[in-house]
Design a protein around this ligand. Structure first.
Ligand SMILES: *Cc1c(COP(=O)(O)O)cnc(C)c1O
Ligand SMILES: [Zn+2]
Length: 425
């Protein structure tokens, strides 16, 4: 991706060969070498100089008093654009779960249900920004590799923005609801003979060759939209509880959300609206069969080993090579958080627990609650903590997993007597 000027998807006009800071106070910055780039001058996903990850930076990040309106765009002052390709994403519920709170044994437990976004996952928050940036850049074919939810969000937001969408999915490993969404919203769906990480390798190559515009979480603009989860949790927790959460527990796949939440908190600290000591401890949860981030945190290393073989029924986090690890690992460490792996059985138990509180989530989402339970049992999470668990996707995303975790329908005769007889059994 170093030959920016020759990129066939670039806007007309020559991108500036020497990186320069944008005049409007927004720029892209390499997290490894600190090189800066104007945000919309050319298509780039990583640093021209060292291939490090890029992040969007603002000269003057806003505090809470700058936020007004609803949804993701309530936070427009903290975003790289004034408005997006929107379907009213964000403003998701922060549910009370009194039984689960008492049973797990923490001072306060809230569930931030990101499955209540328009396409049923938090990916919508990233896409409302990412697709708008794509339009700004003048590209017309958007693509992603996906364990399912990114493809659903890309298909919906891409078509809303009038653009062509292409999604690469690991064959046989994507939940039915997600494929149905990508399909109906008109994405071209390629089922790849390989896992998610292979799909991402391919789509990165396609993007580097200029065939597509990449909307995976490697794209720094997407993470800006996802950052708003952090703002919402703090604002709502504060309004309803009179305090901020001590800890946020979330499932980790590519670690985009972990990175995005950390960035939200850093910007609030920079704006003087959050004390460093009040930043919630970011706590990542992975499935035992796909836990490279947990391994890195446990080994105290920044070098994440790529797992070539991954398996879990939480297909949304069936990822062996978390691309945002260099952004997320400092977030986990510097906030005093941790990472933990949970079994598929523990994930399904947590999915059932949430369901008893009326909250329907897909398996990956339940990993947050399973992880909190594990950390509470080990005494790593104290009984005096206020915790927000992120549930990332809706139950209907993966109807097969929900049906397998729930009760079976019972056949009964078509008359009241027969039904009553069956009820007495
Ligand atoms: C994408 C996704 C994740 C993983 O999020 P990352 O930001 O990649 O760590 C977790 N759960 C669900 C339901 C998802 O769709
Ligand atoms: Zn660099």
């Amino acid at each position: 991706m170093s030959d920016q000027a020759a990129h066939p998807l670039a806007l007309e006009g020559t991108p500036s060969p020497t990186p320069s800071v944008a005049t409007d106070g927004t720029w892209l910055e390499c997290i490894e070498c600190g090189e800066t780039f104007a945000p919309f001058s050319a298509i780039r996903y990583t640093c021209d100089d060292c291939t490090g990850l890029l992040e969007v930076r603002y000269a003057d990040p806003p505090g809470f008093d700058a936020f007004s309106g609803t949804g993701v765009w309530r936070y427009r002052d903290a975003l790289p654009l004034e408005r997006g390709v929107s379907a009213q994403e964000g403003d998701t519920p922060l549910y009370r779960v009194p039984r689960l709170e008492a049973e797990i044994g923490v001072e306060a437990l809230r569930i931030k249900h990101e499955g209540m976004n328009p396409t049923g996952s938090f990916k919508d928050r990233g896409m409302t920004v990412g697709v708008a940036v794509a339009r700004e850049l003048g590209v017309d074919r958007l693509a992603c590799a996906s364990t399912g939810n990114t493809s659903a969000a890309l298909a919906a937001y891409g078509s809303r923005g009038g653009m062509e969408t292409l999604v690469l999915l690991p064959a046989g490993k994507v939940a039915a609801g997600k494929i149905a969404q990508a399909s109906l919203h008109g994405a071209r769906i390629l089922e790849v003979d390989g896992n998610f990480d292979t799909c991402l390798d391919i789509v990165q190559d396609l993007a580097a060759r200029g065939a597509v515009y990449l909307l995976n979480s490697l794209n720094p603009f997407r993470l800006e939209g996802q950052k708003t989860i952090g703002f919402e949790i703090l604002e709502t927790f504060d309004r309803e509880y009179g305090a901020w959460p001590d800890r946020i527990v979330l499932p980790v796949g590519n670690a985009g959300n972990t990175s995005a939440l950390y960035k939200a908190f850093r910007e609030l600290v920079e704006a003087g609206h959050l004390e460093p000591a009040d930043v919630p401890k970011l706590t990542g949860v992975q499935a035992e069969g796909a836990a490279p981030m947990v391994e890195a945190v446990e080994n105290g290393t920044n070098a994440v080993r790529r797992w070539d073989e991954v398996e879990t029924r939480a297909t949304a986090i069936r990822i062996g090579n978390p691309v945002n690890a260099p952004k997320a690992l400092p977030g986990i460490r510097e906030t005093g958080g941790t990472a933990v792996a949970v079994s598929d059985e523990a994930i399904t138990d947590a999915q059932r627990d949430l369901a008893t509180e009326g909250i329907g989530v897909e398996p990956a989402s339940a990993a947050s609650v399973a992880g909190l339970r594990a950390l509470r049992e080990r005494g790593i999470v104290g009984d005096d903590e206020r915790v927000a668990c992120l549930t990332t996707g809706h139950l209907l995303k993966d109807p097969e997993a929900a049906a397998a975790a729930g009760s079976d329908p019972e056949p009964v005769p078509g008359d009241t007597e027969g039904v009553l007889a069956a009820l007495e059994e």
